[in-house]
Design a protein around this ligand. Structure first.
Ligand SMILES: NC(=O)c1ccc[n+]([C@@H]2O[C@H](COP(=O)([O-])OP(=O)(O)OC[C@H]3O[C@@H](n4cnc5c(N)ncnc54)[C@H](OP(=O)(O)O)[C@@H]3O)[C@@H](O)[C@H]2O)c1
Length: 249
């Protein structure tokens, strides 16, 4: 099976490193023109220079509605359309008991992780996909499907993002809206967990290794492609088999 994104235009938030970078790189390698977005211009420039394919960059905060509209407009101006939106950027300023969160940290988490995807999706839909249907991919987390200590607020945003995925799939067809719920993946975001518990967690996994950003990117490319043209509304767990062992991260 040949999975191709030839002729497609993709926009990936949080694309300067980690999972977002892997998705942007894989989509470009599959033939898409890719707009990379995150906050820091220098890191975006560096990321784009490491991708062999047609790319552009746009510095924007994923929690900002005006930035979403401007970035989508810049993508359409640069590449002539928008077929694939990947809502990947997320933040987690609070670790600890759910009721111990400061209101500001709570608001920030929801602003970037939930409000962001909603308004980036709106910008993509209104400016491009209402007329030319495409695919929206939301990067959630296995934490959005179960409870665990420490990440309660972050996981609330991911649970809501999984619900938003279903909701928008119902409202925006024939656009496809799909989610990916990764387990623990080796990125800066997960560094503390990986450094402290990585080896132990790996041994508990049926597949005996943590996730790599490319594992998530491979699924994202498939879901974005026409090979997934009868898939919408669902969120796909990709966790090395953690779930079958009853909830190892
Ligand atoms: N790693 C894991 O184990 C894991 C597991 C489950 C789900 N996830 C999800 O996977 C996604 C990517 O995570 P990752 O592990 O790849 O993280 P990462 O390596 O820390 O990369 C995060 C990316 O997002 C950007 N970013 C952060 N805050 C942003 C904001 N407010 N606006 C725009 N861009 C922002 C960062 O660049 P700037 O700082 O320059 O903006 C960077 O490009 C997230 O949705 C995360 O929740 C990760």
């Amino acid at each position: 099976m040949q999975v191709s994104l030839e002729g497609k235009v993709a926009l990936v938030t949080g694309a300067s490193k980690g999972i977002g970078f892997a998705i942007a790189k894989s989509m470009a390698e599959a033939g898409a023109s890719v707009m990379l977005s995150s906050r820091k211009q220098d890191q975006l420039d560096d990321a784009a220079s490491r991708i062999d394919g047609e790319t552009a960059v746009y510095a924007a905060n994923a929690g900002n509605v005006e930035s979403a509209e401007a970035c989508v407009a810049a993508t359409i101006e640069r590449f002539g359309g928008l077929d694939i939106l990947v809502n990947n950027a997320a933040t987690n300023p609070h670790y600890g008991g759910t009721l111990d969160v400061e209101p500001g940290a709570f608001d920030k988490t929801f602003e970037v992780n939930l409000r962001g995807p909603l308004f980036w999706s709106r910008a993509a839909y209104r400016q491009a996909m209402a007329a030319n249907p495409g695919v929206m991919i939301n990067i959630a987390s296995v934490g959005g499907l179960r409870t665990e200590y420490g990440l309660g607020v972050y996981n609330l945003t991911k649970a809501a993002l999984i619900h938003l995925t279903r909701q928008l799939a119902g409202e925006l067809g024939p656009n496809r809206v799909v989610g990916i719920a990764p387990g623990l993946v080796r990125t800066d975001f997960a560094k503390v967990l990986v450094d402290n518990f990585g080896e132990q967690l790996e041994q508990g996994l049926p597949l005996k290794r943590l996730g790599e950003p490319d594992d998530i990117a491979n699924l994202a490319v498939f879901l974005a492609s026409d090979k997934a043209s009868w898939i919408t509304g669902e969120t796909y767990v990709i966790d090395g088999g953690a779930g079958v062992r009853g909830g190892v991260v």
